[in-house]
Design a protein around this ligand. Structure first.
Ligand code: CFM
Ligand code: HCA
Length: 530
């Protein structure tokens, strides 16, 4: 072990050290290393993680503009998630957009004692009368599960009463160990209640869905532009810039592309089982990854005209990207970065840093699973613990009327020529030897990482931002992008290069000096009992 890992573990009580040891791996891309992930956070440690409700309501359903996402719970759960994720949307003239609102039943003590179902029904009626939405989703917060309100029976009753699509989510904050459980719950309910509700006739020659792209800072818009130019019909994005209707006919696609594997692999798998739609992993973060992903889609369809268009787009855009890269790279090359973000981004953004010659010395996810680190090959070996068993695993069967035997045949023949489906390799094989991979990093570990590596940029979220900056290290939020973005696709890469130049090609951070370095306000020592 490196001195750093030893140093970190040495300060922990014995049991904690034993547990954290398995979540920290000194990477060797050529070895099959195992990392511990998706387990409970140690109580009292300052984790980066959020809750199951956040993963369900905020992440997966939040970006769909015309569903009323009604939170059943105390007002804080809505208020603190209100517009903070920066997922954008572009409604057509006259189309509904409820994303700027925060809908909540505003539970009070009285509802906790006597039950909140009546209040929930009233809130649904009120929302219906005011907005006449096509659908309403009900999201359970912690107290709902504790007092036993049945959001699903309320949803059934209100669906019968109002005649619109209404469905509930048992996504109480404590339901799983992190946001990740909320993704799974969201995937299940959207698949059961939305996907397949509308057999819209075919419109395009090449019909696809983009799964796990949430339009943070306008990322989805960048990808949509490329598809449109290439003549690829994007039916539905789950869920950036989406509508409920687009999800209803998403089962008529010829291909599913998975961007964020962690949050949406469940729907990709279920769509393949039920409808025979194959899925591939794509990544539109990084110019080279974007070009590679576009070419992979063109290869799937095997159409000469499409391939020529995609090649032309890539060539034209790469010329623009390279011009900026050549200007920026000499100024930032060789600098050190580290990134600790929820799921996919701690992996995807390594491609952008790689393009600038910035070295990623340490990275990790808040809540991803072993397959996101080690690749999907480990899925059969992942131990299913009680916390995971707590989340419903849907049993899906073939829909004979809609099943695409032609796509299954296409997949088989492409696989024979070496084309890879469901091929997520994970983060660790792509990271440098001896880089430090850490799952569910905590505040103490963050401090030690900064002291040890003295990184030039730290990528994480709002909770980490100001503490890290007070160490004299700039922090780039890879969740909300601070006020910036888009960073996806070619134009996004250009934006990101310029942002890195702005943040890294300056001496200002070296001047940060905190008063407590010289005059601590309190001095003391602490002993932690094992
Ligand atoms: Fe997927 Fe996301 Fe991420 Fe995620 Fe998130 Fe997010 Fe994230 Mo914040 S879906 S896992 S639950 S890429 S909200 S858009 S930035 S933690 S790395
Ligand atoms: C969430 C949402 C979040 C939080 C970001 C942050 C996001 O997990 O509930 O901690 O800065 O991207 O908005 O991940």
């Amino acid at each position: 072990p490196t001195p750093l890992k030893e140093e970190i573990l040495a300060r922990y009580p014995r049991k904690v050290a034993k547990k954290r040891d398995k979540s920290m791996v000194i990477n060797d891309p050529d070895a099959d290393q195992e990392i511990q992930a998706n387990i409970r956070t140690i109580p009292g440690i300052i984790t980066q993680r959020g809750c199951t409700y956040a993963g369900c309501k905020g992440v997966v359903l939040g970006p769909t503009r015309d569903i009323i996402n009604l939170v059943h719970g105390p007002i804080g759960c809505s208020f603190y998630a209100w517009l903070t994720r920066r997922n954008q949307t572009r409604p057509a003239e006259g189309e509904d957009n409820f994303m700027t609102y925060a809908f909540s039943t505003d539970m009070q003590d009285e509802n906790i004692v006597f039950g909140g179902e009546a209040k929930l029904k009233e809130a649904i009626r009120e929302a219906y009368e005011m907005f006449a939405p096509k659908a309403i989703g009900i999201f359970s917060t912690c107290p709902v599960g504790l007092i036993g309100d049945d959001v699903h029976s309320v949803a059934r009753d209100m669906k019968a009463e109002l005649g619109i699509n209404i469905f509930g989510f048992s996504c109480e904050g404590y339901r799983g160990v992190s946001q990740s459980a909320g993704h799974h719950i969201a995937n299940n309910q959207v698949f059961k209640n939305v996907v397949g509700n509308n057999d819209r006739p075919r419109k395009g020659k090449f019909q696809v869905n983009l799964l796990g792209e949430y339009n943070i800072g306008g990322d989805t818009f960048e990808i949509e532009r490329l598809f449109e130019e290439a003549g690829i019909e994007l039916l539905s994005t789950f869920s950036g810039n989406s509508t409920i209707e687009s999800m209803e006919y998403s089962h008529t696609a010829d291909l599913n592309m998975v961007m964020c594997h962690r949050s949406i692999n469940y729907i990709a798998e279920m769509m393949e089982e039920k409808y025979g739609i194959p899925w591939i992993k794509v990544n539109f973060i990084g110019a080279e990854s974007t070009a590679k992903s576009l070419k992979k889609i063109a290869d799937y369809f095997g159409d000469a005209e499409l391939t020529a268009k995609v090649d032309a787009i890539c060539e034209r855009e790469m010329a623009k990207v390279n011009a900026v890269k050549e200007a920026v790279k000499p100024k930032v090359e060789g600098k050190l970065a580290m990134m600790f973000v929820g799921g996919s981004r701690a992996h995807h953004y390594q491609d952008l840093f790689g393009e600038l010659g910035i070295r990623v010395v340490s990275a990790g996810y808040e809540f991803a699973h072993r397959d996101d680190y080690e690749g999907r090959k480990v899925i059969p070996n992942i131990k299913i613990d009680a916390d995971t068993r707590n989340i419903e695993d849907l049993v899906v069967s073939k829909d004979e009327a809609h099943f695409r035997d032609d796509l299954v045949a296409k997949k088989d023949s492409l696989e024979k020529s070496g084309y890879k489906f469901k091929d997520y390799e994970g983060m660790m094989p792509e990271m440098k030897k001896n880089s430090l991979v850490i799952d569910d990093v905590n505040h103490w570990e963050t401090e030690k990482l900064i002291e040890f590596y003295k990184p030039d940029v730290f990528c994480a979220g709002i909770k980490e931002k100001y503490v890290v900056q007070k160490y004299g290290v700039p922090l780039k939020q890879l969740h909300s992008y601070d006020y910036g973005g888009p960073y996806a696709a070619f134009e996004g890469a250009i934006n990101f290069y310029k942002e890195m130049q702005r943040m890294l090609d300056t001496k200002i951070w070296k001047l940060v000096d905190t008063p407590w370095k010289h005059e601590p306000e309190i001095v003391g020592s602490m002993t932690i009992e094992a």
